[in-house]
Design a protein around this ligand. Sequence first.
Ligand code: SF4
Ligand code: SF4
Length: 407
Amino acid sequence: MGKFNRRGFLKSGLMGVAGVVTLNSGIAAGSPSKKEKKIIYRTLGKTGLKIPVISMGVMSANNPSLVKAAIDKGITFFDTANSYQNGKNEEMLGEVFKDYPRDSFIIATKVEPNGVDLKTGMPSDATTGEDFLEKFNTSLKRLRMDHVDILYMHEALSPEMVNFKPIVKVMQKLKKEGKTRFIGVSTHNLPKVIDAMVDAGIWDVVLTTYNFLNTELIRKNSEPPVKGMEIAIKKASDAGLGVVAMKVLAGGGFLDKERTKPINTTAAIKWALSNPGVHTTIPGMTNFDQLDLNIRILEDIALNDMEKKDLALAQSEAGLYCTACNNCVPNCKRNLPIPKIMRAYMYAYGYANNELAHTLLTGIATGDNPCQSCDTCSTACSKNFNLKEKITDISRLVNVPADFIVT
Ligand code: SF4
Ligand code: SF4
């Protein structure tokens, strides 16, 4: 890894982008139709759903034509959430899918329970099934559907949430009533949450962060060191859970705040798919170039030598991606939910999605300068991020009124 210098990385990364442009031009000029393509499918565990290895993370998309183009190119599975774009994301999908037969697409949405302690991941008195149900019914209305295919509990931070009866019962009832075909949990880099899902035996699908940066660091930092996402994913897929990988680009496509060092996103997605326990990926797509780039992977998931080199070089950089390892949290004087703040940092600088970063920061309510009272930072990041600097930088965003934010 050390033998590649920064110049080499940039050259290699830019060559990757240039290659993509050429190939995209080929697609635009006369790509084979959906039927002629040899799309690679995997089965989403015991759900039995056969889905292409690339699905669409709709989170930051706001163009209905892009979703329609994705459908036309063979993508069948679309991932949204109750909270994305304050509901506009689900509304946009509802507007698109009203014109398609209900059995021609698969839709997943997520509902985040209220009142969960961001540090411990434990529910509070404000964490209720009623609130969860109300949010889900709102999602159905926005989507203009009588059911979704997968309903996730959004962002379980602890095994206790996986087994939190008031919400689990509501989700099981919704499944019984046919308002969701399958139930799942989304989690950021928490093998213990996936383990708890397998042990509970009631879940159908796990949506988890999984990428080439995240796994490297887990291997180094976890105790015992071999325990990590690979083991959790294997356990889940062996138990019949469908496994959907998110954050596969490890930071939105760039390694630096200035967006001068692109990640080879094709290589990143292929890397996630090199694990046979991963059934599909949901890279975020916001424009037609990204869509066309990702569509090529539908037919070829083998990493070539150049892509492997690009990933090795990217692994040597700290990047923008916080692995959510939580190592920094116990020693923070203010008990800040640092992984969430760092995720907002990644959304703003890696994804260029200030709206999402703003929503996340205002939701956790840590204020516009949470490190202000610390002369020196009492904690440290496993990736050597300068936490005080980054937290201070991104927290300024809460002072910007939501109406002023354009993404
Ligand atoms: S500087 Fe910020 S991150 Fe560091 S200990 Fe203080 S509040 Fe926590
Ligand atoms: S900021 Fe660093 S130590 Fe803290 S959760 Fe993220 S990667 Fe881990």
